[in-house]
Write a protein that binds this ligand. Sequence first.
Ligand SMILES: [Zn+2]
Length: 90
Amino acid sequence: MLLRVGACVRTNYNTGPYVVKKLTGPCTCVEYHDHINGRERPSKPHFHMVVRLIEGRRDSYDHYLNGYTLDGHSVWGNDCLTDASQYELF
Ligand SMILES: [Zn+2]
């Protein structure tokens, strides 16, 4: 299991590393694009996270990572999160 509060992760689309501040779920809410297109099919169980960039106290904004399983795979696409725990040293 990758995701937990305090975990350090990066995305497969080159953002991060982030530290997980808040982890909520599992839920089966409708994926955003389906929702705006009127398709109300439930999603596979997933989690929502509030994360912060680890590097640079310059960026203290919350970021959101939605729709991931605890092993870091998106239920809505091919995105995945990988462990960046070496950053916990800093
Ligand atoms: Zn959800």
